[in-house]
Design a protein around this ligand. Structure first.
Ligand code: SF4
Ligand code: SF4
Length: 292
């Protein structure tokens, strides 16, 4: 079953608005928001939760003040400086604890507990455009790659159960761990960029990542009409890299107008950027081996 991932080298390219529109146009899909650090597809799709789950990953030290004698051995051993005195005893700073377990094994009083770390929440929801799998990692938490892998696995199971033919994912921005976890094994990456020098630079970095993971990719230039010179430079780069430009999308205030009404732009109207997005989806579907 094809997995189509919409990504961008950085935030703010309009990636989520475009994913929302594709979710409205595409048939037989499960929708997945893999931007677990700052998800916002739910703002467009207003999901109603069907299942909610806690995301636990790794472990974190916790000192039991009733058992701690305040000897300070754990604080001396912790190379992450995560243990500090607190009154007569010691306490762990959860933001600094790396879960190495050294304090657990060196405490003579067995006063250090080592529970699983509660890093975020994920859920399966019903939306007007189909079933959606999404999550929120708590601020400062790591393990976003594991959460992304969990969401992708659950989306695949749901798609199988529901007889769907596509997983459509809104990917994380950037080129870090969550993007790597989103990309590996994906069938098609749709890279959204903007006609600016930094947009082109970010595009080049994402293309390198796709190449590394052997993921086929196509490019959408959003707001192409804001800078024809930079758009041409991106088209030239894509031609040199043998990358298909799937669409040149115009700047269109309808995107924002639709958002204000809680709609995706293809629900809001049928012309302008909405028409261009329908055409873009036909190309994406064709490239991913789907019936559009
Ligand atoms: S080693 Fe154990 S008893 Fe000593 S300060 Fe740390 S937690 Fe408390
Ligand atoms: S688990 Fe490791 S990082 Fe965390 S407080 Fe203990 S020694 Fe420090």
């Amino acid at each position: 079953m094809p997995e189509v991932l919409v990504i961008s080298g950085k935030g703010g390219t309009g990636k989520t608005s475009l994913t929302g529109a594709f979710a409205q146009v595409a048939q037989g899909k499960v929708i997945c928001d893999l931007d677990v650090d700052a998800p916002d597809l739910h703002l467009l799709l207003q999901p109603e939760a069907l299942e909610k789950h806690e995301f636990m990953s790794g472990h974190q030290a916790e000192i039991d003040p009733e058992r701690c004698t305040g000897c300070g051995i754990c604080a001396e051993k912790c190379r992450f400086e995560a243990i500090k005195p607190q009154g007569d005893v010691f306490a762990v700073d959860p933001l600094k604890c790396e879960g190495c377990k050294l304090c657990v094994v060196t405490c003579p009083e067995e006063a250090v507990e080592f529970p699983e770390r509660h890093c975020g929440r994920w859920q399966i929801s019903d939306t007007r455009l189909g079933t959606m799998v999404h999550a929120q990692l708590f601020p400062g938490e790591e393990n976003s790659g594991r959460l992304v892998a969990l969401l992708r696995g659950r989306a695949r199971e749901l798609a199988d159960e529901q007889g769907m033919s596509l997983i459509l994912s809104d990917g994380p921005p950037g080129i870090g761990c969550p993007v790597i976890s989103s990309l590996s094994g994906t069938d098609l990456a749709v890279i959204v960029t903007e006609p600016t020098p930094s947009g082109r630079h970010d595009l080049e970095r994402v293309v390198e990542l796709c190449r590394h993971f052997k993921v086929p990719a196509g490019v959408i230039v959003n707001k192409h009409d804001l800078n024809s010179g930079q758009t041409q430079a991106i088209e030239d780069y894509c031609a040199a890299q043998d990358l298909e430009v799937l669409a040149l999308l115009p700047y269109d205030p309808a995107i924002t107008e639709a958002m204000v009404k809680g709609l995706v732009v293809t629900e809001y109207n049928d012309n302008g950027i909405a028409a261009a997005l329908r055409l873009a989806w036909r190309r994406i579907a064709q490239k991913a081996g789907l019936d559009a």
